[in-house]
Ligand binder design. Structure first.
Ligand code: INI
Length: 157
């Protein structure tokens, strides 16, 4: 049987940061609520161990992730933002930058960053993924943060 490493979905300890982008706030606030709910349901004392940082838009998420991740204060970061193709000609730039930027910060710092960013064609698709019929991407990202902190603590390499 090969040795197998896996994260558990139980509170791994440590502090968590959630970075929320205010653009499309009425959707993003649902994602942030979902992320907080995921952490709480997995046993994290969210009053004591979770910080929420708001930035203007998805474009600004990576630079704040960089500051938070390099501080050494957080076991994981959860990003929450919504980029809607129909509402901007900037879509590809903004969606590309938040994905590329947060991915780079995560690999450079070793701090897991869960990608709770919606990139959709329409506002309806975004609403569906923010706590209605297609679940809540922020909740999913909160679970991923828990699992990744647990996995990295167990990984013996
Ligand atoms: N920011 C978003 O988070 N979502 C969007 O859909 C969006 N659109 O449509 O442009 C968006 N733009 C703002 C951008 O993130 C920056 O805040 C802005 O360009 C200032 O740097």
């Amino acid at each position: 049987m090969p040795r197998t490493f896996e994260g558990h979905l139980t509170d791994p300890g440590g502090r968590f940061a959630i970075v929320g982008a205010r653009f499309n706030h009425f959707i993003v606030e649902r994602l942030v609520e979902g992320a907080v709910d995921a952490l709480r349901r997995h046993g994290v004392d969210v009053e004591e161990r979770v910080d929420i940082v708001w930035v203007p838009g998805a474009w600004e998420v990576p630079v704040v992730c960089q500051r938070l991740a390099s501080s050494g204060r957080y076991a994981a970061i959860i990003t929450c933002a919504t980029v809607i193709r129909g509402s901007t000609a900037h879509f590809d730039f903004v969606a590309g930058e938040v994905a590329k930027g947060t991915g780079a910060v995560s690999t450079q710092t070793g701090v897991p960053i869960a990608f709770g960013v919606l990139t959709t064609d329409t506002i309806e698709q975004a609403i569906e993924r923010a706590g209605t019929k297609a679940g809540n991407k922020g909740f999913e990202a909160g679970c991923v943060a828990i699992e990744m902190v647990s996995l990295l603590a167990r990984l013996e390499v």
